[in-house]
Ligand binder design. Structure first.
Ligand SMILES: [Zn+2]
Length: 253
């Protein structure tokens, strides 16, 4: 059984109880980070994982709240003694930003830095990320202010999967990505108002209904929300289980 650990669940403006949204996938042999926000080493320490134990980093898009932790994560992985290559995945624009962040902090001067292997994700309709050990990972573009992608991760051992919308306005691509998923983590930056680049809890519920998922988990939410209001809004269109994500929630899959 693998575990998805929510290291942060907040929208771009975070608060004392919610870090910006980023996720850890813990497999039997692999640790994978999805986005790198906040103080990643501090968050990882709370779940007993060192930064050097992360093998793969997937960056969904280049907005600050999703990638600002990347340079300190890399520095700490190096300080903790990582020497094996580290794989970083993202769309072309996202990887350009990630590389620029590292350049800005002079990473080339770090002696014996591990190899960073960048993988540019090219998405047509069915393109997939490279297979990562025990997982099947696929991606589709969302609808945001910049190029972004949602992810679907399936555990080969259990057949269970989750889909994560990343930042997106309502998107048919993301619904297709999440089709029949066991868990669907959909952003809900607002309660019910529209926003060109984000979704509301109501729209997340519509997406969960359209994708016919098992459970909807609202994520990327403002710091101090009334969770029952958010849930009720999502339930207007989705009859399955709805929860509002909290930092350090764990989803076994
Ligand atoms: Zn964003």
């Amino acid at each position: 059984m693998a575990r998805l650990i929510l290291l942060g669940t907040g929208a771009a403006w975070c608060g004392p109880e919610r870090e910006n949204t980023f996720l850890l996938v813990r497999g039997a042999t692999t640790n994978l980070l999805i986005d790198v926000a906040g103080s990643p080493t501090q968050r990882l320490a709370q779940v007993g994982v060192g930064p050097h134990e992360i093998d793969h980093v997937v960056l969904t898009h280049n907005h600050p709240d999703h990638i600002y932790g990347f340079p300190i994560f890399m520095l700490n992985a190096w300080m903790a003694g990582r020497r094996a290559p580290l794989h970083v995945y993202g769309l072309a624009d996202t990887l350009r930003s990630a590389k620029a962040l590292l350049k800005a902090v002079g990473f080339r001067a770090w002696p014996n830095l591990f190899k960073i292997k960048y993988h540019t994700v090219v998405i047509n309709s069915e393109a997939a990320l490279p297979r990562i050990d025990e997982f099947e990972i696929s991606a589709r573009r969302g609808k945001h202010f910049v190029a972004t992608m949602g992810l679907r991760v399936t555990n080969h051992a259990t057949g269970k999967c989750f889909a994560y919308s990343a930042d997106t306005a309502p998107s048919a691509n993301i619904v297709a990505l999440a089709r029949d998923a066991d868990y669907f983590l959909h952003e809900a930056t607002q309660l019910d108002e529209s926003n060109a680049g984000h979704s509301s809890a109501v729209e997340a519920g519509q997406a969960a209904h359209a994708a016919d998922v098992g459970e909807l988990i609202l994520i990327h939410v403002p710091p101090e929300i009334n969770a029952s209001k958010w849930k009720r809004a999502a339930k207007r269109h989705f009859r399955g289980k709805v929860t509002v994500a909290n930092d350090f929630d764990v989803i076994a899959f």
